[in-house]
Design a protein around this ligand. Sequence first.
Ligand code: NAD
Length: 365
Amino acid sequence: MRSFVHTAYPARVVFGAGTLARVGDEVERLGCSRALVAAGPSLADTATRLGDTLGPLAAARFTGAAMHTPVEVTEEALEVAREHAVDCVVAVGGGSTTGLAKAIALRTGIPQVVLPTTYSGSEVTPVLGETSQGEKTTRSAVEVLPETVVYDVELTLGLPVGLSVTSGVNAMAHAVEALYSEQANPVIDGFALDAITRMARALPAIAADPSDVDGRADALHAAWLAGTCLASVGMGLHHKLCHTLGGMFGLPHAETHTVVLPHAMAYNAPAAPETMCRVAEALGTCDAPAAVHDLVASLGGPTSLDEVGLPESELGRAAELAVAKPYPNPRELTLAGITGLLEGAWRGRRPRDRGLIDAARDTEH
Ligand code: NAD
C-alpha cells in the first residue's frame, strides 16, 4: 500500500482548437467586463486578435511582457490597468507573459484568464518568479494561480520548431522530477507518465510538420499535465541547477532545461532506478537519459551548455553554488558529482543510465 498526500489546485481548463473565440464567455463567467489584454511584443498581432474577439470586454492592452518578469515592466502594466479601471487580465503568450499576469494579479487581486502559447506550464502553477535589479526571486502563493486557462492549439501552430523542442523538454523536466519527488503521489505519477509519452511523440511530429494539429494538441496537453506536476510536488536537482545557471549567468530558460535534463536524469538514475525505468517505458526505450539526449539531438538541439552560452571557466563556480544549499533530491549532491555532471553537459556528452551499464556488465561476468 502506498500512503500519500495530494494537493490539487483549482483551475478551470478549456482545451481545444479555436477556443480563443470562447475567451469572452470566460471573462463574463468570472463576473468581469473590463479586461486588460496582455502579451509580449512578438505576439502583438495575436493580442490584437484577442482584443477584437473580446470586443467591448477589452478595456486596455499592454504588449510589453518581458523575459523573467521584471518588476519595472509590471509597474508599467499596472499603470495601464489603473488608468483603464480594468477588472481582469487576459494574457496570451509563454511563461514570461503568464508571469506578468500573475504579478498583476498578486498586486491587484483581479482574476486572470491565460492563453498559453508555449509548453512552460506556468499557467497552472501558484509560482511567480520576478526580477528586480537583475535578481530573481520566486514565491509560491495561491493568489497568483490563474482562475481560467484557455488552451487553444491554433495559437501554438506558429511556435518555431526550435522553441517547441526546448519548451517541450522544459515540460518533460517537470514530469520527470515529479516522479522522484519526495511528495510524489499516484495522481501526479499518472499525469507525469502521460505527459512524457505525449511530449516524446509530439516533438518529432511537430518538427516534421509544425502545423500538425494532432502533434500540437499532444504537446499542449502534455504541457498542461506537466505544469500540474510542477504545481503539485517539489522539484529536485534538475530544476535547482537550471535555476542557478539561469540566475547566475542569464542563460535562456527553456534551452538550459533542454541541455541539463538528460544529465540530471543520469546523475539521479542510480538512486531512483524505478523512476528511471518508468520514464524509459514512457519513452518506449530502456535508457531514459540517453533517450532524452537522442530525442533533443535528433530535433536539432541544443545539447551543450557551451551552445547556450555558459563559459567553461564558470563550471566550478556553478557547481559550488549548486551544492551550496541542500534540498531534497534522490541522490546526494556532491561537489565532485555535480562538477562531473556540468562538465558532461558543457561538452554535450551523451549521458547514460549507469545502473543499466553496470547491470549489463554484471550479467556478462
Ligand atoms: P517565453 O514566454 O519567454 O517565450 C519565449 C519566446 O517565444 C518569446 O520571444 C515569445 O514572444 C515567443 N513566443 C511565445 N509563444 C510563441 C508562439 N506561439 N509563436 C511564436 N513565438 C512565441 O518563454 P517560456 O519558456 O514559455 O517561459 C519562460 C519564463 O517562464 C521564465 O521566466 C520562467 O522562469 C517562467 N516559468 C515559470 C514557471 C512557473 O511555474 N512559475 C514555469 C515555467 C516557466
